[in-house]
Design a protein around this ligand. Structure first.
Ligand code: C2E
Ligand code: MG
Ligand code: MG
Length: 514
């Protein structure tokens, strides 16, 4: 038997991976042939021939890495094992899933079968932040803890896979009752959404899940995982810890995101963007102290497209820098028309604030529009606080040094910790509207359960940190009263005023003041 050197193992492993993808299969075969021929005996020459045939078969789309290993000699068994396993967690790898899935799918083509098979794809976004801030070793430790939790839960009921990054996949065989499926998925999501403690540090994680049913045993795994991922992306919109079951409509929504990406680039040239402004009222005086600038897109064919639909696309395709600068310039320009004792609040995405030239852009927009920096406020979401802390501190300080203020938006939905918060220079905390909307109607904070206590905790926290509290999404008088009683200083929401164009708003605001 050949004794492989470690460098050969590495070459062989890499080459096999390429091979399994069907790329360069023929060249790999020639490469392996050359390698073997150097000191091959008769038996090994047979193996060379086998690999050539299998490589050509893969190139023709008729085979995969498995075909290469079909000879099943001892050497290949080692490497098959390497391919099957994920090196970090020891779970099955993507290749491993490919190997075990056919067994799991036996019988599902029979329409009378009472059994159904699902793939549940779960992912959590926090791994990137953990890797960035604490290093890949900590990231790997978090993955191992999660893998262990999952395997304790799943046992040997189905394959448990780490496909890549922070993505785990579980194969599940259930009966016809949907409750069985939902209970299982809920348990998985719960397992992946509990904080991970390593040493003295706790790392919060929140997974989202996508579920796809395997209807036919010959559906390619790539397609199934793509569908499960689409479902997961849809689930993300409903908040952390949620999951969704794939249905074909979701494929249309992926196409829609692509369409948005293309159209975004033309929208600025076609003047399809405008800004609306929503007033913010100081309490108890009821005086307007600011306006939040909210982006609106009126597409020439499709009509109004909501920021919830296009901002995330702009962020993921990199267009947010250009769009964000447009918003900043427009808002500063418009704010010159508002009362001089008001501030304009501009939403800024994390990707924007992290750009190297963000401070330069800010400075030049202020110079160009002539807006006093004290009249500009930037709203950043709480998620910004868990990015590279030292870097964020520097950026926050630079913004504050320019005289511009900072509000932490959607507070309560992220997982900033007190140390991070207390070290950053910001002026306001905006309580997320999801908490406000659960307040009332009884008018008593104590009757509102978790949301009520969350709101009072945030207000107390803001007071401790010397920040002003803003509540957004106020829709009822009761909510406004509860918040005032709790000491919230600034109010924003449909109850006080909807977002409107600058002209309409200036008119209304003037009428109210008069
Ligand atoms: P946000 O910054 O938290 O803005 C508040 C959202 O709540 C706005 O939605 C506003 O119209 C809505 N809202 C205000 N009062 C109420 C209320 O009483 N009830 C309810 N149900 N909703 C209320 P909008 O304009 O659709 O914006 C959604 C999100 O899109 C914003 O959330 C913000 O994260 C993002 N966004 C909007 N404009 C920009 C922008 O120029 N740049 C960036 N990066 N993000 C933006
Ligand atoms: Mg905002
Ligand atoms: Mg908000």
């Amino acid at each position: 038997m050949l004794n492989f050197s470690s460098s050969f193992k590495t070459k062989f492993y890499r080459a096999s991976t390429i091979f399994s993808s069907g790329f360069g299969a023929a060249s790999l075969s020639l490469w392996s042939a050359n390698y073997f021929i150097q000191d091959a005996g008769e038996g090994q020459l047979l193996s060379v021939t086998g690999s050539l045939i299998a490589g050509l078969a893969a190139l023709a789309g008729a085979g995969c890495a498995h075909a290469y290993f079909a000879g099943g000699d001892d050497r290949s068994a080692d490497y098959e094992e390497v391919l099957r396993k994920d090196a970090v967690t020891g779970l099955l790898s993507r290749n491993g899933l490919e190997q075990v899935l056919p067994t799991m799918l036996e019988g599902i083509d029979d329409i009378k079968s009472m059994q159904r098979v699902f793939l549940i794809c779960m992912d959590f976004d926090e791994l990137r932040d953990i890797n960035d801030v604490y290093g890949a070793e900590v990231g790997n430790a978090v993955l191992k803890v999660l893998a262990k939790r999952l395997s304790d839960l799943v046992g040997d009921t189905g394959p448990l896979v780490r496909t890549n990054g922070s993505e785990f996949v579980v194969g599940l065989r259930t009966g016809r009752d949907d409750r069985e499926l939902r209970a299982a998925v809920a348990a998985l999501m719960d397992t992946l959404s509990k904080p991970v403690r390593i040493g003295a540090v706790t790392y919060p994680v929140y997974a989202n899940g996508g579920v796809v049913q395997v209807h036919k045993s010959n559906t390619p795994i790539d397609k199934l995982l793509r569908q499960a991922n689409l479902a997961r992306a849809c689930a993300k919109k409903s908040g952390r810890g949620s999951y969704a079951i794939y249905h074909p409509e979701m494929s249309h929504s992926a196409t829609y995101r692509q369409w948005i990406e293309t159209e975004l680039t033309y929208a600025i040239q076609r003047n399809e963007f405008t800004l609306n402004y929503q007033p913010q009222y100081q309490m108890p005086s009821g005086k307007i102290v600011g306006f939040e600038a909210l982006l609106r897109w009126q597409h020439r064919d499709k009509g109004a497209i909501s920021p919830d639909e296009f901002i995330s696309v702009a962020e993921s395709c990199g267009f947010i820098q250009q769009l964000g600068t447009w918003v900043l310039r427009r808002a500063c320009f418009d704010a010159n028309k508002f009362s001089p004792d008001t501030v304009v609040s501009v939403n800024v995405s994390t990707a924007q604030i992290e750009e190297d030239d963000f401070i330069d852009t800010l400075q030049s927009v202020l110079a160009e529009t002539g807006l006093p920096p004290s009249r500009l406020e930037l709203e950043v979401t709480e998620s910004v606080l868990i990015r590279d802390h030292a870097r964020m501190r520097r950026i926050f300080d630079e913004i504050k040094n320019l005289g511009v203020s900072i509000a932490i938006d959607d507070f309560g939905t992220g997982y900033s910790n007190l140390t991070n918060l207390s070290e950053l220079a910001f002026d306001k905390i905006k309580i997320d509207k999801s908490f406000i909307q659960k307040l009332g109607p009884a008018g008593k904070l104590s009757q509102t359960g978790d949301s009520g206590s969350m709101v009072s905790t945030i207000i107390n926290l803001a007071q401790t940190l010397g920040a002003t509290t803003v509540a957004e999404g106020i829709e009822t008088e009761e909510q406004s009263e509860i918040l005032q009683r709790e000491g919230c200083q600034i109010m924003q929401g449909f109850y006080f005023g909807r977002p409107e164009t600058s002209d309409a708003f200036i008119y209304n605001a003037m009428a109210k003041i008069a």
